[in-house]
Design a protein around this ligand. Structure first.
Ligand code: DX5
Ligand code: ZN
Length: 221
């Protein structure tokens, strides 16, 4: 079972305006976000290409946790580069490599926290077999921002919470916003990744970050 640790809002820069990336990250950090989520896509594990280690090193100037979500095949080949770029947490997908154990160990050897993500169709049993620092329950199918939260994810978050250690963080990613955050938090999620709900908020980024945190705090009670 996860400990009742602090809630953390983790803006996903996939939804940012890349011409204003630094300014937008400054804005979310000033509004209280302590994690920046960086989505890396390789065009194979998921169809799109997104960003690489250069973005991680550029964002290293901010005093926040850099949370790298590798949606790539053979993630074991990428660990060194992302660790050297300044990642704090590197999360791989259980579906992306037959070498999950080895890759989690390589992430820790590189000085980072080791995360394991599962797609919506993947049962949570992987978490019985490995020790993780972070469990990422995908609440949409990976590859794109702006998709609706999959309702059955809430129950899955609950089941994952039962399988991971007290020290591990439980993160949700996909479709998290004002309407879905409370259910995810009540199920046990503590790191809340959000892209479009923050970066497309009509009242602005800072407002969106504080509003999401307030809703999450209220749901935790
Ligand atoms: C999807 C990514 C997410 C994405 C979430 O594959 O892993 O991090 O940015 O975007 P929203 O919050 O818009 O669903
Ligand atoms: Zn992500």
């Amino acid at each position: 079972m996860t400990a009742d640790r602090d809630l953390r809002v983790a803006p996903s820069v996939l939804a940012a305006d890349f011409a204003r990336l630094g300014a937008q990250v400054r804005e979310v950090v000033d509004a209280g976000a302590s994690v920046i989520h960086i989505d890396v896509m390789d065009g194979h594990f998921v169809p799109p290409l997104s960003m690489g280690p250069q973005v991680v090193s550029a964002l290293r100037e901010f005093d926040v946790t850099l949370d790298v979500h590798l949606m790539v095949e053979r993630p074991e080949l990428q660990i060194g580069e992302f660790a050297r770029a300044g990642a704090d947490t590197i999360t791989i997908h259980a579906e992306a490599t037959p070498h999950v154990n080895y890759t989690l160990a390589a992430i820790r050897d590189a000085g980072c926290r080791a995360g394991l993500a599962v797609c919506p169709s993947t049962p949570p049993h992987f978490y019985r077999e490995v020790e993780v620092d972070l469990a990422l329950c995908m609440t949409v199918n990976p590859g794109w921002g702006g998709q609706p939260f999959i309702p059955s994810s809430t129950d899955k978050v609950r089941r994952i919470a039962e399988l991971i250690s007290d020290e591990a963080e439980l993160e949700v990613d996909g479709g998290i916003g004002p309407a879905t955050v409370a259910g995810a938090v009540r199920a046990g999620a503590r790191v809340l990744v959000a892209g479009s709900s923050l970066f497309r908020d009509a009242e602005g980024l800072g407002h969106a970050v504080s509003d999401l945190r307030a809703r999450a705090e209220a749901a935790r009670g």
